[in-house]
Design a protein around this ligand. Structure first.
Ligand code: NDP
Ligand code: HSE
Length: 436
């Protein structure tokens, strides 16, 4: 059978990895796909570099429209990024009857509903394995491997850049800015690294997973997004003393009241496997009602790990291209007419445990005042750490871990604690998940 023809849009980090892996493993990949998969056309703004990267073996153009409008191309791989030109090109490719593979989580998390609808109308596939956790086949696992389960929750370290920063800061005592530059040099960080450090990239990925897990439309605008820029080294240290690690986690949970969808720094017990995921590695913990917990670990970024997922999608599409569209795996796991409109909970209504750090005047009655306020808000204390004031100091830190409670209770209590004359400055609040 003749090869399936692929057009590549953007030959940067992931694009060049995809080109190289496809070329290196072409025979094995063809043996699996049932026919050859051949990149015949590449579009990139920098055509000279693109020609060099492809050894002048394919047609290189600067205008990506030439690829999406080329009738000889069967599959378009979008690896430009962002939701500007990338969205236009993906929609044009679909309108022209081409299947699409993308690693663009920003695009899928914000415009996925529109893109999948357009694809369904044209009977084409849009595959996005590489958009979540790079090389880890988590989309496949959620959409197919765990299809028997009612998914209860997902908790993931799904941004390599921030995990790398947190690991390097903790292990080597390096400064935030230095580690971020290194993550950029290694190709982990997004074109705009604020997406990484402010939690936006993780929220894009979490939004996609929540959709597949719970059969809801992608709703990035309803996600709670909090990054690591306000995290203090003091809290990383205190967390360690209490037996916890702080990770930037993406958490989505099905509850009776609705779905939690949140990204924020989180204390997790140091003894959990996922707490020991270091550097740019990613891990996703999924709890299904039948299977229990399953953990997926691997490289979440970088040229070839991400290419691994892009090519897996190419193979899937190649295998299914001639299948009856109704027998393909639905984009978001559930049949389009069986999607739910379950409410995404506002943060005030989520339930979790908390780490609270307050700086207080070291005098009799302070602790009693704080614990009374917590009790008044029905918050029960799980553990406490009180530091001795340093020599000559009259103020010290108190750290409390709470049992599970609603976020609005904690907010009410914090406002009252901050009003106490003996409490200095703001209370630091970090959410805590036991993940069991
Ligand atoms: P890069 O910036 O390395 O590559 C993007 C490429 O697209 C560049 O070569 C760029 O050219 C080119 N480009 C930009 N605009 C156009 C255009 N209008 N037409 C044609 N080419 C264009 O990005 P990455 O490879 O890192 O990321 C690509 C996508 O993959 C993004 O969506 C990203 O979020 C996602 N992703 C990335 C991962 C990673 O590890 N890097 C992991 C998982 C997903 P120029 O450089 O000249 O601007
Ligand atoms: N910037 C992303 C990260 C790339 O650091 O994880 C992979 O999506």
């Amino acid at each position: 059978m003749k090869s399936i023809k692929v057009g590549l849009l953007g030959i940067g980090t992931v694009g060049s990895g995809t080109f190289n892996v496809l070329k290196r493993n072409q025979q094995e990949i063809a043996a699996r796909a049932g026919r050859g998969i051949e990149i015949t056309m590449v579009a990139d703004l920098n055509t000279e570099r693109a020609k060099e990267l492809t050894n002048n073996e394919v047609e290189v153009v600067s205008d990506a429209n030439l690829v999406v409008n080329n009738p000889d191309i069967d599959i378009v791989i979008e690896l430009i990024g962002g939701y500007g030109i990338a969205k236009d090109l993906v929609l044009k490719a679909i309108a022209n009857g081409k299947h699409v593979v993308t690693a663009n989580k920003a695009l899928i998390a914000t415009h996925g509903n529109e893109i999948f609808k357009a694809a369904q109308e044209k009977n084409v596939m849009v595959a996005f394995e590489a958009a979540v956790a790079g090389g880890i086949p988590i989309i496949k696992a959620l959409r197919e491997g765990l299809t028997a389960n009612s998914i209860e929750w997902i908790a993931g370290i799904i941004n390599g850049t921030t995990n790398f920063i947190l690991s390097e800061m903790r292990d080597k005592g390096l400064d935030f800015d230095i580690v971020l530059k290194e993550a950029q040099r290694l190709g982990y960080a997004e074109a705009d690294p604020t997406f990484d450090i402010e939690g936006v990239d993780a929220a894009h990925k979490l939004t996609i997973m929540a959709s597949i897990a719970f059969g809801i439309p992608v709703q990035f605008d309803k996600a709670h997004v909090e990054g690591i820029t306000k995290l203090q080294a003091t809290d990383i240290r205190y967390a360690e003393q209490l037996g916890y690690r702080i990770k930037l986690l993406g958490i989505t949970k099905r509850t009776d009241a609705g779905i939690e969808l949140r990204v924020h720094p989180t204390l997790i017990p140091a003894s959990r496997l996922i707490a020991n995921v270091e550097g740019a590695m990613n891990a996703v913990l999924v709890r299904g009602d039948a299977v229990g917990e399953t953990l997926y670990y691997g490289k979440g970024a970088g040229a070839e790990p991400t290419a691994s997922a892009v090519i897996a999608d190419l193979v899937d599409i190649t295998r299914l291209a001639t299948a009856d569209p109704e027998h393909r795996v639905p984009h978001l796991a559930f049949q389009p007419d069986a999607m739910a409109d379950t409410k995404i909970l506002p943060m005030a209504e989520i339930t979790t445990s908390y780490y609270l750090r307050m700086h207080v005047t070291d005098q009799a009655g302070v602790l009693a005042d704080v614990t009374r306020i917590l009790a008044d808000s029905s918050i029960s204390i799980d553990a406490m750490l009180q530091k001795e004031p340093a020599d000559g100091e009259t103020q010290t830190d108190i750290i409390m871990l709470t049992h599970k409670t609603q976020e609005k209770n904690v907010e009410t209590a914090i406002a009252k604690i901050e009003n106490l004359a003996t409490v200095v400055g703001k209370v630091t609040k970090i959410r805590l998940e036991e993940l069991n």
